[in-house]
Write a protein that binds this ligand. Structure first.
Ligand SMILES: *[C@@H]1O[C@H](CO)[C@@H](O)[C@H](O)[C@H]1NC(C)=O
Ligand SMILES: *[C@@H]1O[C@H](CO)[C@@H](O)[C@H](O)[C@H]1NC(C)=O
Ligand SMILES: *[C@@H]1O[C@H](CO)[C@@H](O)[C@H](O)[C@H]1NC(C)=O
Ligand SMILES: *[C@@H]1O[C@H](CO)[C@@H](O)[C@H](O)[C@H]1NC(C)=O
Ligand SMILES: *[C@@H]1O[C@H](CO)[C@@H](O)[C@H](O)[C@H]1NC(C)=O
Ligand SMILES: *[C@@H]1O[C@H](CO)[C@@H](O)[C@H](O)[C@H]1NC(C)=O
Ligand SMILES: *[C@@H]1O[C@H](CO)[C@@H](O)[C@H](O)[C@H]1NC(C)=O
Ligand SMILES: *[C@@H]1O[C@H](CO)[C@@H](O)[C@H](O)[C@H]1NC(C)=O
Length: 745
């Protein structure tokens, strides 16, 4: 019994010794722990970061710390992985990385999305010879590409997306023999791709999108037969598609978009038997769209937008399984090809901005898969086919700027997934459609058509609606009370209809950014609680939460489509040309996000509320053609962003404020009862002097006018530059803004 107990005690001793650290493999190396603590103290000298809270000297084993991974060899545990993405340091210079270069055992290092500033410390990274995976994306690394990085011969994954790296790619790139993925998108690297790229024989993904590469694509690149994805989009390549590309037999996606590739779409591409995504948009290709593109069994996504191509309508039973096809802005003419309906797997089709004529073929809607159909900006006419409702997956239908006429097919309002319907600028007539109570519609644009009748109460069914544009139609009756149930409505455009009655009901969303009820016959007062709904969440844009659905579905998710007007940050209230009466409610001054306020041509009376001085973001203010009385609030001169002002044709009196108001001239104040001020060359009576001769007044006026002439020059200049900034003279960009998938997810 006693010996048993003794044996047990000595066994216990061994266990205790082992656990308490005598066996070295259980703890991380002291030197590595110190390096990590030093790194943390560089990033967070003053306070502890919540995320690295577990990194402290009192917890002995750094392998237990968050974001740290260890691996064991025979004698000790070593740090092999650090996931330092989004560590949340307010200032992160690249120098702060230096303690990490002591961790020579590192295999995986992720420092993405930290806003790290400065050069890439090449010598430091060269220390990390065991690195297999290095993610530095989403920072602000600048300076040139450090050649030392290329000495990491075990590196398989290198990600530098979204930095500010300049300079050329050095030929020593060829030393990265193990590299499988190289992502360099969205930097400023320029020059030719070095021929030594051909030494990276394990490369599977090469992504150089959004840099300034030019010259020839080296032939050696076409020896990289393991390549599955090649992205050279948005660079300055100017050549025909090289034949050698057909050697890349494993290629699944090829992006050559937005360069200056020219010539015909090379037949050699059809040898790429595994190609699923082909993006040739934004180049200078010409000629016929080759038939083989539609007999390409592997191809799922094809984008040819922005080229100058010819499409014939003679294809027989295409074999391809395309799920997305963009022929936007290709200068296509003729009718919408009916053979497209044989593409039974087609989900997204964009042929907008071409010269297509004829009607919309009903066969398109036989497809059960059709989800996105965009044919805006063509010359299509006739009525919309009744079988639209058969396309039960349809979620985006954009047919704006055509000449479609007659009634809207009833079936359109029962499409269960429809979330975006844009029919702007056609000749469609009839009443507002009666949408299904479960409708998912988020964006509805029926402006510039021939719709008539009253707006129905069941408008309130559209609970997801954030954008409603019915401008330039002939809707009559009152604004329906149901509109107050549209709880996410952000934009409401009812301009130029024949609506009447009071503005009693408005959306209660609090998301409203733009409300335009101009050119109607609305009467009564401006409701004081109008602003309750206005701009409280002015930076919230419901569209952003919907954007991925649209942009992702279309081809490559890199182009953002512009749906109607860009919502931007603009916040606008336009009630002009109605029959509104009563006073301007003081509460309007709470809509501080407003950029534009236009109440002109109504029957408003009373004074201009002093509270409007709080609308400091105003760029446009128009209260003209009313019957407003009293003085202009003196702090209006502090509306520093104001570039358009009209207070004319009222009964205003008193002194016109100066400040920003000094930039506006006579027209902004004309036809009032008793205004005075330098702007209209009428001097104001000086209240400190009771008696004033006429001569004295005139002299005052002349004197102050003379003194302000230089001021006018400056003012004019400021006004012009103000217009410039707000986009008046802006040359529209050739391409639309891009949204990368990274931003979306
Ligand atoms: C150190 O980290 C441990 C967890 O790893 C925690 O329990 C302890 O409170 C921390 N100590 C300090 C001083 O932050
Ligand atoms: C790189 O960034 C650092 C820190 O922002 C800055 O001081 C330096 O001037 C930049 N260098 C270059 C070449 O842009
Ligand atoms: C590389 O690591 C060694 C320790 O192994 C260290 O002395 C040296 O300073 C490191 N080099 C750099 C550039 O950090
Ligand atoms: C590396 O690339 C260069 C240029 O293509 C070539 O001359 C050289 O033979 C390659 N080296 C190896 C080892 O493949
Ligand atoms: C639109 O179609 C109508 C017939 O429905 C026709 O009278 C009109 O001229 C067309 N407009 C244009 C611009 O083609
Ligand atoms: C109102 O819309 C009609 C077409 O419905 C158009 O002819 C007219 O010019 C528009 N008026 C204004 C002021 O925009
Ligand atoms: C205010 O609206 C009216 C009618 O829409 C328009 O004519 C006028 O130009 C607008 N005022 C300003 C300053 O934009
Ligand atoms: C002022 O009123 C007159 C007469 O009604 C009109 O002709 C003139 O255009 C008005 N001026 C301005 C700037 O509106």
């Amino acid at each position: 019994m006693a010996t048993n107990r003794k044996q047990f005690e000595s066994f216990l001793l061994v266990v205790v010794l082992a656990v308490s650290g005598f066996i070295p493999s259980l703890c991380c190396l002291r030197s590595q722990k110190d390096a990590l603590l030093q790194f943390k103290s560089l990033l967070f000298p003053k306070y502890d970061s919540s995320d690295l809270a577990s990194w402290n000297s009192s917890s002995s084993d750094c392998c237990q710390w968050k974001r740290v991974t260890c691996g064991a060899n025979t004698t000790s545990k070593q740090v092999i992985g650090l996931s330092l993405n989004f560590v949340g340091a307010s200032y992160f210079p690249s120098d702060a990385l230096s303690p990490l270069f002591l961790l020579r055992s590192l295999v995986h290092l992720d420092i993405s999305f930290n806003n790290i500033q400065g050069n890439i410390p090449g010598a430091g990274f060269a220390n990390l010879t065991e690195l297999v995976k290095l993610d530095m994306s989403g920072n602000k690394f600048n300076g040139s590409f450090p050649v030392e990085l290329f000495s990491l011969s075990k590196l398989e994954y290198l990600d530098l997306i979204d930095n500010m790296i300049k300079g050329r790619l050095d030929s020593s790139l060829g030393s990265l023999r193990s590299l499988k993925e190289f992502h360099l998108d969205h930097n400023s690297v320029y020059g030719e791709i070095p021929a030594e790229i051909g030494n990276l024989t394990n490369l599977q993904i090469l992504s150089l999108q959004g840099n300034q590469f030019y010259g020839r694509i080296p032939a050696s690149l076409f020896c990289l037969t393991k390549l599955e994805s090649l992205d050279l989009g948005i660079n300055y390549f100017k050549m025909e598609i090289p034949n050698g590309i057909s050697n890349l037999s494993n290629l699944a996606s090829l992006y050559l978009n937005d360069n200056h590739f020219y010539g015909a779409i090379q037949a050699s591409l059809q040898k790429l038997e595994n190609l699923e995504t082909l993006h040739l948009g934004g180049n200078e290709f010409t000629g016929e769209i080759p038939t083989w593109l539609f007999n390409f069994t592997s191809l799922a996504k094809l984008n040819l937008e922005g080229n100058n191509l010819i499409l014939t309508n003679e294809r027989v039973a295409p074999k391809s399984m395309l799920d997305s096809l963009s022929l936007r802005s290709c200068n296509l003419s003729g009718e919408v090809p009916t053979w497209l309906s044989n593409q039974t797997s087609l989900y997204a089709l964009d042929m907008s901005d071409n010269n297509l004529v004829g009607s919309l073929p009903s066969v398109l809607f036989h497809s059960e898969n059709l989800g996105i159909l965009i044919l805006s900006q063509n010359n299509l006419s006739g009525s919309l086919p009744n079988n639209i409702g058969n396309a039960s997956r349809l979620s985006v239908l954009m047919l704006s700027h055509n000449n479609f006429s007659s009634l809207l097919p009833e079936s359109i309002s029962n499409l269960p997934r429809l979330s975006l319907l844009d029919l702007t600028n056609n000749s469609i007539s009839g009443n507002f459609p009666i949408f299904h109570p479960e409708s998912r519609l988020a964006y509805l644009a029926l402006g510039q058509n021939k719709f008539t009748g009253v707006l129905p109460q069941n408008l309130g069914n559209l609970k997801k609606l954030y954008y409603l544009d019915l401008h330039d139609n002939n809707f009559t009756g009152q604004i329906p009370a149901a509109i107050s149930r549209l709880s996410v409505l952000s934009v409401l455009l009812l301009r130029n209809n024949s609506l009447q009655g009071p503005i009693s009901m408005l959306p209660d969303s609090g998301y409203l950014k733009k409300l335009d009820l101009s050119y109607n016959f609305l009467s009564g007062r401006i409701p004081p609680d109008l602003v309750r709904t206005f701009g409280i969440f002015s930076n919230y844009d419901p569209f952003m939460s919907l954007a991925p659905e649209y942009t992702y579905g279309i081809l490559d998710s890199k182009h953002q489509y512009q749906f109607g007007e860009s919502l931007g940050h603009l916040s606008a209230l336009e009630l002009s040309n109605n029959q509104l009466s009563g006073e301007i409610p003081e509460s309007l001054g709470d809509a501080t996000s407003l950029h534009l306020l236009n109440l002109s041509s109504n029957r408003l009376t009373g004074g201009i509320p002093k509270t409007l001085e709080n609308l400091r973001a105003l760029e446009t203010l128009d209260l003209s053609h009313n019957s407003l009385t009293g003085e202009i609030p003196s702090n209006f001169g502090e509306l520093h962003y104001l570039t358009a002002l009209d207070l004319s044709n009222n009964n205003l009196t008193g002194a016109i404020p100066v400040g920003q108001f000094g930039f506006f001239s006579h027209e902004s104040f004309a036809n009032n009862s008793g205004l005075c001020g330098i702007q209209i060359e009428v001097s104001c009576p000086d209240p400190s002097q009771n008696i004033k001769t006429k001569e004295r007044k005139d002299w005052d006026s002349w004197f102050s006018l003379k003194m302000t002439i230089p001021g006018y020059a400056v003012g004019l200049l400021c006004t012009i530059s103000g217009f410039y900034v707000s986009g008046f003279f802006r040359i529209p960009p050739r391409k639309r803004g891009r949204i990368s998938i990274r931003q979306l997810v």
